[in-house]
Design a protein around this ligand. Structure first.
Ligand SMILES: Cc1cc2nc3c(=O)[nH]c(=O)nc-3n(C[C@H](O)[C@H](O)[C@H](O)COP(=O)(O)O)c2cc1C
Length: 394
C-alpha cells in the first residue's frame, strides 16, 4: 500500500516521497527573473524533505504575469536564474517542477498586501500595468478588475501557444524535470474553459469541446517539445461553483481528452472565474481528494490535489486510500519548510531525519536527546475532517 513516504515514479522521474510543494506566486522577481531569494526559499523546502518543489506560476509572456514582480520564462536571459534554482533543488534530493501559465484577464495587478487584497488591478495606461487579454471582452468584475479585456484573435491565440512551447523548451534547458500547465484559478486557460469568461461564438467558445480547445492546443504545443520521458501535467479549473460556469461533471470528460493528448497527471482545482461562488470551494480536506479519486478511477489518470491537506494524517490517508497519487501543499510549505520531516514524526516514521540532507540528518539522528531539546514542535492534533474544528480547539 502506498503512503506519504513511498517513492513515486511517473515517466522517468522518481520522487522520494508523495509530498510536493504547490506553486505559489512570490512577487519577488525583477524583470521576471529568479534570484538569490528563490534559490534560498525553494532550496530550503527541498532540503526540508519535499519530494518535489514548484516555484510559482511562471509566465510565458510579460503580459502573462499577475504583477510586474512575478516570475517568467519568456526570454533566454531568464534561464540562468531558473537553472540556479533547479540545481539547488536537485542537489537537495528533490525534483524541480515548473508551472507554466498566462494570467489572461487576471493580470496587471498590485501585490495583494499593497493593493488591499487579491486581484486589485492596475489600469492599462499605468506605467507598471498592461492591457489584459482574454477569450472575450468580459472583465472579471466585482470591483477589482474593472478594466477592458482585449479579446484574443485566432492569430493571437496561436502566438500564445507558440509562447507556451518556447517557454517549455527554456524550462527543459533550465533543468526542470516536471512541467505543469496552469489552466485554473481564473487565468487564461481557465477563462477560455469557463462560460463565465468566454462568450466567443467561434471554434474557441460555446460547446464544451470548443471551450476546451485552447487548453488542448496549448498542451499539444508543449507536448511536441517537452521530452516524452518527462511528466507533463495540468492544473485544471474544474469547477466554478456557479450554475453558469465550468462544471465538475464536464471536467471529468475534459480530463479524458487531455489524457488522450498526452497528459500524464491531472491536478484538480477550482475555476476561479468569479467571486460569486455558490458553494465554498475548499470546505474540507477531503472535498478535493474525493474529486481526485473519482477522476483517477473513471479516467484512469494519475491525480493530485491541494487545499487543506496540512494535517499529516489527512495527507497520508489520501495517498494510502489511493485516492490521489501525490499531495500538493501550499500554505503548509510556506509555514514550515520542514513540513515533511515534521509529518514523518507525526506519522510514526522510523527516522524522520533521513528526510533532511545527510550531513545534518546524521547529527539529529545520532545525537537526538529529548524532543524538546532539539526544537521539535508540540504534536499536532489527529486527523480532522473539518478544518474549522482546529480553529475552534485552538
Ligand atoms: C501565496 C500563494 C500564492 C499562490 N500562487 C499560486 C500559483 O502561482 N499557481 C497556482 O496554481 N496556485 C497558487 N496558489 C495556490 C496553491 O498552489 C494551493 O493550491 C493552495 O494554497 C491550496 O493549498 P493549501 O491549502 O495547501 O494552501 C497560491 C497560494 C498561495 C497561498
Amino acid at each position: 500500500m502506498p503512503h506519504l513516504f513511498s517513492p513515486y515514479t511517473l515517466k522517468d522521474v522518481t520522487l522520494r516521497n508523495r509530498i510536493a510543494m504547490s506553486p505559489m506566486t512570490m512577487y519577488r522577481s525583477t524583470d521576471g527573473r529568479m534570484d538569490d531569494f528563490h534559490v534560498m526559499y525553494l532550496g530550503a523546502r527541498a532540503a526540508g524533505g519535499f519530494g518535489m518543489v514548484f516555484p510559482e506560476q511562471v509566465a510565458i509572456a510579460p503580459d502573462g504575469r499577475t504583477t510586474p514582480h512575478c516570475a517568467g520564462i519568456w526570454s533566454d536571459d531568464q534561464v540562468e536564474g531558473h537553472a540556479r534554482v533547479t540545481s539547488m533543488i536537485d542537489s537537495m534530493g528533490s525534483v524541480a517542477a515548473i508551472q507554466l501559465g498566462h494570467t489572461g484577464r487576471n493580470g496587471s495587478e498590485l501585490k495583494p498586501w499593497v493593493g488591499g487584497g487579491l486581484g486589485v488591478q492596475l489600469p492599462p495606461d499605468h506605467p507598471e500595468g498592461w492591457q489584459v487579454v482574454g477569450p472575450s471582452d468580459v472583465p472579471y468584475g466585482f470591483g477589482k478588475r474593472p478594466y477592458p479585456v482585449h479579446p484574443l484573435s485566432v492569430e493571437e491565440i496561436r502566438a500564445i501557444h507558440r509562447q507556451y512551447a518556447e517557454a517549455a523548451v527554456r524550462a527543459h534547458e533550465a533543468g526542470y524535470r516536471w512541467l505543469e500547465m496552469h489552466f485554473a484559478h481564473g487565468y487564461l486557460g481557465a477563462s477560455f474553459y469557463s462560460p463565465l469568461a468566454n462568450t466567443r461564438t467561434d471554434a474557441y467558445g460555446g460547446s464544451l469541446e470548443n471551450r476546451a480547445r485552447f487548453l488542448i492546443e496549448a498542451l499539444d504545443a508543449v507536448r511536441e517539445v517537452w521530452p516524452e520521458h518527462l511528466p507533463l501535467t495540468a492544473r485544471l479549473g474544474s469547477d466554478d461553483f456557479h450554475p453558469d460556469g465550468a462544471q465538475f461533471e464536464e471536467s471529468v470528460e475534459v480530463v479524458r481528452w487531455l489524457r488522450d493528448h498526452g497528459l500524464d497527471m491531472i491536478d484538480l482545482s477550482m475555476g476561479g472565474n468569479t467571486d460569486d461562488m455558490r458553494e465554498p470551494f475548499f470546505p474540507t480536506p477531503s472535498a478535493w481528494v474525493e474529486r481526485g479519486a473519482r477522476v483517477r478511477s473513471e479516467v484512469g489518470i494519475p491525480t493530485t490535489v491541494s487545499w487543506n491537506l496540512g494535517v499529516p494524517q489527512n495527507a497520508d490517508r489520501a495517498v494510502r486510500e489511493e485516492k490521489v497519487d501525490l499531495v500538493l501543499l501550499g500554505r503548509p510549505s510556506l509555514a514550515n519548510p520542514h513540513w515533511p520531516v515534521w509529518a514523518a514524526r507525526e506519522l510514526g516514521h522510523a527516522d524522520p531525519f533521513t528526510l533532511v540532507p545527510e550531513d545534518w540528518g546524521w547529527w539529529l539522528s545520532n545525537f537526538r536527546g529529548h524532543d524538546a531539546s532539539i526544537g521539535w514542535p508540540a504534536p499536532a492534533p489527529t486527523a480532522v475532517e473539518d478544518p474549522d474544528e482546529l480553529e475552534r480547539s485552538a
